[in-house]
Design a protein around this ligand. Sequence first.
Ligand SMILES: NC(=O)C1=CN([C@@H]2O[C@H](COP(=O)(O)OP(=O)(O)OC[C@H]3O[C@@H](n4cnc5c(N)ncnc54)[C@H](O)[C@@H]3O)[C@@H](O)[C@H]2O)[C@H](O)CC1
Ligand SMILES: [K+]
Length: 507
Amino acid sequence: MIKEQIVVTSAQMRDIEGRIFAGGMPVAALMEKVAGLISNRLKSIIPKDRTIGILVGPGHNGGDALVVARELHFQGYQVWIYQPFPKLKELTSQHLQYAQSLGIPCYQELAELPSCDFLIDGLFGFGLEREITGNIAATINHFNDWNCQIFSIDLPSGLHTDTGEVLGTAIRATHTFCLGLWKQGLLQEQALEYIGKAELIDFDIPLADIHVILGEVPKIKRITKTTVFNTLSLPLPPTTHKYKSGHLLLICGSKRYAGGAILTGLGARASGVGMLSIAVPESIKPLLVSHLPEALIIGCPETETGAISDLQLPPKTDLSSFSAIACGPGLTTDATPIVEQVINSEVPLILDADGLNILAQLGTIPTLRKRQNTTILTPHTGEFHRLFPDINYQDRVKAVQTAALQTGAVVLLKGARIAISNPEGVVWINPESTPALARGGSGDVLTGLMGGILARVVNKQVNIEDVVAAASWWHSQGGILAAKERTELGVDAFTLTQYLMRVLVDM
Ligand SMILES: NC(=O)C1=CN([C@@H]2O[C@H](COP(=O)(O)OP(=O)(O)OC[C@H]3O[C@@H](n4cnc5c(N)ncnc54)[C@H](O)[C@@H]3O)[C@@H](O)[C@H]2O)[C@H](O)CC1
Ligand SMILES: [K+]
């Protein structure tokens, strides 16, 4: 477990820091260490000739900011301090006194403040415990209106540490330096527009202290490149061969949605899966063959609406011949018998798109309760609501945990920050993505990619949620890479499939 993967609540952070102090580390020394690390980062970002305004709150977040103010002052930056609170914590008050004794200008009134190029937000950190109101709220709105770059210490002031919701109002940071361990609120969708670019400032919290508070396996984890590399079991063993790299069956497409089948197939191709079979209605088989010559395209009988009516597998083949099945993209909801058939099979299964809509029509929980084998659901919010009408998906972490618990499946909830839970409530959050992926077809690519990874590693000792997390990370990194080279408007789903391989090369 690496620190970048660990996610904590404010209570857990309080307990972890409590163990550090109980171990003998003086609070002031920790504050000095933390603020020194922040100052070094700021020195590498802010040119020397710029002016910096330091916003100081009543608690230790303010204390951090005052140490930063002193250190930047000694480095020769022009610094001023804004400190509107009547009562400060003892340590914060001492740092303010010292800053003033150094002659750093300190202001209590907004009207007196000189303009500045950068603001350092040390108003509130994980100690924020209630709605911000009155003139503090007005102050935060005032600084947001300055439209200058704001660096927030630990969290943008005003964000709830655990849920990421805005408590009254919040600083819109350009950059957030999260201290020690990632706060859960920074990984919630609703917080994204306030966080700006987030980075972790590691101040050497002993892993032993973390394990005592969080237990061996933290409940909520942040997907990182390490997760993905471990799960993809790269590099491949030299003695591998196509039958050892899994055999994936995709069941997708219809006369109306042939493109969905092609994109799903291209996503699977990018996964490096050994063998790929794609069951589609007979009428679009030639299309699939032309796009995916390496895949075994199975033309199936179709309904008069052009949906698969019967899974006619090749001779001596049945569903158990496959390492994994991914079913749903482009199926339309006229393929209900097919979805029932795969749900009743014993094969590890990913359901997406119309596979999920049909599952919802069949009755999500009673239908899945019958399945013993691995099941993965990959809904976007609309599909999630159809599957689980009684679950409020505003708190996405709780929503996926509840859905996974109720179904026994691993559930991925799509969005700007994908959340994944296994039935035991262990959650992965994908910390990075790009709006470029919010386009038709990119979900089909994810399904194919995920199916290919699952087929490749399902017989190895991997956690299914790690496979889903790896696919989600790989998919979003492909989108980020493509957006960097082609702008956020240039990442159609087909282009995305071309960038997926680039991701691993650049890792
Ligand atoms: N724990 C440590 O020793 C270290 C913490 N780090 C930094 O300190 C903050 C946490 O500090 P804490 O004093 O607990 O709280 P905050 O500084 O976040 O400030 C909250 C402060 O303000 C009061 N308050 C809460 N809500 C409101 C409100 N709505 N309106 C007005 N005032 C409010 C509350 O009473 C608190 O006193 C952490 O984020 C780090 O930045 C160091 O980095 C390491 C050592
Ligand atoms: K802050």
